[in-house]
Design a protein around this ligand. Structure first.
Ligand code: F6R
Length: 610
């Protein structure tokens, strides 16, 4: 979704804004723009539909736009089609105010009509333009006064960056339900949608809370809460390297992130296992609480939801407690049955997904305790949850998640083991076996990634198939959901994942000669059942690509067109291995089709609007 960056300092702002925007590109966007205040030129605005390169070319890398105060934006269109005019920054009629915005102003129609009745002329179709025009409408010389009055009038979710030609010493940041961070440097300050945009310049950041306004000057930052009282903000140190957000020799971030998974898994899991026991120091769940828990409610979107699907199978088996998995966008509106004995497990890479955040708040309101699995440190979900476990995956830049998925999965294993031990629900032998298998997983993951050439070969056989189905049972089905999503989001091939036993209830009518079915048959207890479904699709002419484990490989390869085996592990942990060939398959298919792999069309990395 939209990316915001702002700079105030003593250097030229434009190149810094362009660089910051380039690091926010991964969020997904369709146009870009910047506004820079120069002493002689006033507020200069340059905008371009399309890729950031267009904006960079227009400004010769920022060299033609002078000034040391500015805001920049990558826009993911919501209100008004992608166009130069609808791109941000949006400016007020006089050109005095320039505003960049992430989110949605819900009452923009009413405000627009009100301002039009006062003679204000609008040029764009955006909701954001009302903010710039309202600032102008309320402006009597006091910038903060105009900002306060404007904020009192607008409703919705917004992160705003504001500059005003009359106040060249101030950069205003506002946050309400959309992420915004402040980067603190020596004689300069920045605002941005996330830390990747500022990390090259400073590692000291503060996270704004909802309702807060920050006034950034060259020498300092003053933050005021929703009652406009000055508040002290903690300063956090970001400890990952700039290179973590760069491609490091790979053609795509997605390829790099796929290959980083064994290491990300190690970082997330190994420090949390000591002497054969899972130690989650961050959590305090007593045996009484866990035994009394009436339900575990897993809430997430997209791939994080697919992690929840795997977790449901595993946690129910380990804990013998009901586990419900729900899409966050459905949870809020389904009158969920939640009590004070319910534990909500909220899963989010970004920690900012608006549906997940809203569902989490609803679960809390209904009395649930919230445990969050989050990757982005300091994100809103991480800060508002009762308990948080971080996936130490590092920054994930490709829109399609891979290493965040794998590390989220890893944490669900740890939670299951930890809870089962605290509750006394698992035998010491079973516990020890799973823990030892867990420690072997990264090496097994590496061995799969080493076979990527054979997966590239399969992709070269099937990249032109118009429709691809994924089938499996139990955890194989849950992984199939993720394989199918990966494929469709980056290759644009129609794909569906089905519980293998469900095919006969309708979907099998879509199978015809040449349809590709990816059959997941790693989960040994149900292998034969899945193979019966494979025979059914084969006899209707489907091409079948099988995925199974070493011991079952011979039994599978007889029936399918091609097969691949992953190493053996505990059945509960299989998804961590099975997902890798599926990610690679999606990647190579998309590569073969010439798709924009890291920035698939219409998609955004961090979905901050409902
Ligand atoms: C798919 C993908 C998305 C996200 C979803 C939730 O590859 O990345 O489906 O999983 O948008 O995002 P987070 O985990 O940030 O809440």
């Amino acid at each position: 979704m939209c990316g915001i960056v702002g700079f105030i300092g003593n250097e030229e702002a434009s190149p810094i804004l362009l660089d910051g925007l380039s690091r926010l590109e991964y969020r997904g966007y369709d146009s870009a723009g910047l506004a820079v205040y120069g002493q002689e030129q006033g507020v200069q605005v340059v905008k371009a539909k399309g890729r950031l390169k267009g904006l960079s070319d227009l400004t010769q890398g920022g060299a033609t736009v002078h000034g040391s105060l500015g805001v920049g934006h990558t826009r993911w269109a919501t209100h008004g089609a992608p166009s130069d005019i609808n791109s941000h920054p949006q400016v007020s009629e006089s050109g005095r105010f320039a505003v960049v915005h992430n989110g949605i102003i819900e009452n923009y129609v009413e405000i627009r009509e009100f301002l039009q009745s006062k003679g204000v002329t609008f040029v764009s179709q955006t909701d954001t333009e009302v903010v710039a025009q309202l600032l102008e409408y309320y402006y009597r010389g006091g910038l903060l006064d105009a900002v306060n009055k404007t904020l009192n009038r607008i409703r919705g979710a917004y992160a705003l960056g504001i500059i005003c030609a009359d106040h060249p010493d101030m950069l205003i940041a506002v946050r309400q339900d959309s992420p915004l961070i402040i980067g603190r440097g020596e004689c300069f300050h920045m605002l941005a949608s996330d830390v990747t945009a500022v990390i090259k310049y400073t590692r000291e950041v503060s996270y704004l809370d909802d309702g807060e306004i920050a006034i950034l000057t060259r020498d300092g930052v003053e933050v005021r809460d929703r009652y406009r009282q000055v508040v002290e903000k903690a300063v956090s140190h970001v400890d990952w390297e700039v290179s973590a957000a760069e491609k490091g020799g790979y053609e795509h971030f997605m390829a790099k992130e796929i290959m980083e998974q064994p290491e990300a898994f190690r970082k997330t899991v190994f420090p949390r296992i000591k002497d054969g026991h899972v130690l989650l120091d961050e959590l305090e769940f007593t045996p009484e609480y866990l035994k009394d828990m009436d339900k575990l409610y897993i809430i997430a979107c997209g791939s994080s939801y697919h992690v929840g699907m795997v977790a449901k199978y595993n946690l129910e088996k380990l804990l013998r407690k009901p586990v419900e998995v729900t899409l966050a966008s459905e949870f809020r509106y389904c009158d969920p049955i939640v009590s004070e004995r319910t534990l909500a497990l909220v899963i989010s890479q970004s920690g900012e997904t608006i549906d997940t955040l809203a569902a989490m708040r609803e679960a809390k309101r209904l009395g649930a305790r919230v445990l969050a699995i989050v990757n982005v440190v300091g994100s809103t979900i991480a800060r508002e949850a009762d308990d948080v476990l971080y996936t130490w995956a590092g920054p994930e830049i490709a829109v399609a998640t891979t290493k965040a998925y794998s590390t989220q999965l890893a944490l669900t294993y740890l939670i299951g083991l930890h809870f089962a031990e605290v509750m006394g629900a698992i035998s010491p032998e079973s516990y020890a076996r799973i823990v030892s298998e867990l420690l072997l997983l990264p090496t097994k993951m590496e061995s799969i990634l080493e076979q990527r050439d054979s997966i590239q070969y399969f992709a070269s056989l099937y990249f032109n198939h118009p429709s691809i189905f994924f089938i499996g049972r139990n955890v194989d089905y849950a992984v199939g959901l993720e394989g199918s999503l990966k494929l469709k989001e980056i290759s644009y091939i129609h794909s569906e994942a089905y519980a293998a036993g469900e095919l006969k209830h309708g979907t099998i009518s879509l199978i015809e000669p040449g349809t590709l079915v990816v059959a997941l048959g790693s989960y040994a207890p149900l292998f034969e059942k899945t193979m019966s479904n494979v025979v059914e699709v084969k006899s209707r002419g489907a091409d079948v690509l099988g995925l199974t484990t070493g011991t079952l490989y011979d039994a599978m390869v007889k029936t399918v067109d091609h097969a691949m085996a992953v190493p053996e592990t505990h059945p509960m942990l299989l998804p961590s291995l099975d997902v890798l060939p599926l990610q690679l398959f999606a990647y190579y298919v998309a590569l073969q089709r010439g798709c924009d792999i890291d920035k698939p069309r219409n998609l955004a990395k961090s979905v901050t609007v409902e």
